[in-house]
Design a protein around this ligand. Sequence first.
Ligand code: CU
Ligand code: CU
Length: 401
Amino acid sequence: MGDAEHMTDSQSERAAERDRGKGQSPAPLSDLLAVKQDRRSFLRAGALSLALPAAVGALAACSSSGGSGAGTAASDSTEAGTGGGAGSALDRNASSRADTGVHAGPGGSSATPPTQRDAQTTAFHRYEPTLPPVSGQRTHKVNWTVRELPVRISKDLVVAAWTFEGEIPGPVLHVRQGDTVEFTMTNRGAIPHSMDFHASQIDPKVAFKTVVPGESISFTFRARYPGAFMYHCGTAPVLMHIGTGMYGAIIVDPPTPLPPAKEFVLVHSEYYLKPGAGGVSVFDYDKMLTLLPDHVVFNGRPGQYLDEPIRARVGDRVRFYVVNAGPTHPCAFHVVGEQFDRVYLGAPPETPIRGVQTFNVPAGGGMVFEYLADIAGEFPFVNHGFGHGQKGAVGLLVVEP
Ligand code: CU
Ligand code: CU
């Protein structure tokens, strides 16, 4: 941190400006972060981290046995709107397909018409990054509801999201290799949706098929490999459904547990937005195609772990399950001031690569990163593709003595 810690925001901005002007060596991390639009700068977060209790977000990560109705912020689904008239295009895609580029509807937006009341009453909460415990059961009954509703992703930004269980990302599922997942999804939204688990091996045309509003789909799979896997809505255009919030992580433990650790789940994703009615931003399909996101985030909210860092103690092993929902860009995962002693590209604990500074998690992929936290301090974790880090894919791990 050094000198940067004592700079004011405006000093930092000038420093960042200088470095941009040079067009050569990249600006120091602290400078880059100090010009975050939402002003929750890394510098300020450093001070805040001393003052804030280890507040835990309101979201209780879903237990592996699931449970429906967690969408507490759900507005009446009849008010959730028409999905921008996307129905006609989507109805033609009755089964899961690759992204056809089908337009999302007039205006190409998520276009749920939430009211002013929605924007004002949707509270911000930090997405809990701690991996929920795995249950002792070998069969996990999971019943989830799909809704379109406004989600507040920062103090001043509400988005017209399409969600699993009313949340971005959806709940973290945690199972063990060989476990059976009995999954049911009920569509309480206004447009068709579906579910695609990357942890499954199953006929997608049957299991991942699109269900219309008011209907449910059930399927069962066994988690064959351990690791960090994505799930997402696979209804066309997939770009739009992932891009509008329909994704999450399923973590599969190996039969012999990995060494004890502080375990965190980070789902990386991009937001492509434009202003909408009632102070609620809508997702912009055309912008998704430009590949230029407004925000790039861990667990659905830009910079949320700057304001409320994640925490460990010296001597802890720290393990990150990094799932990149995309929809498009890679996540060059890196922890400033640390090196990973193991990165599992595939099924842990087999064949980790060692001594890794940064590794790209591709869109649609998931990897496990870990190291022994043997040094106290504040360690930013970032997408080291800094155009993305600058847009919000940054947080702080505080290692306490
Ligand atoms: Cu969907
Ligand atoms: Cu997929």
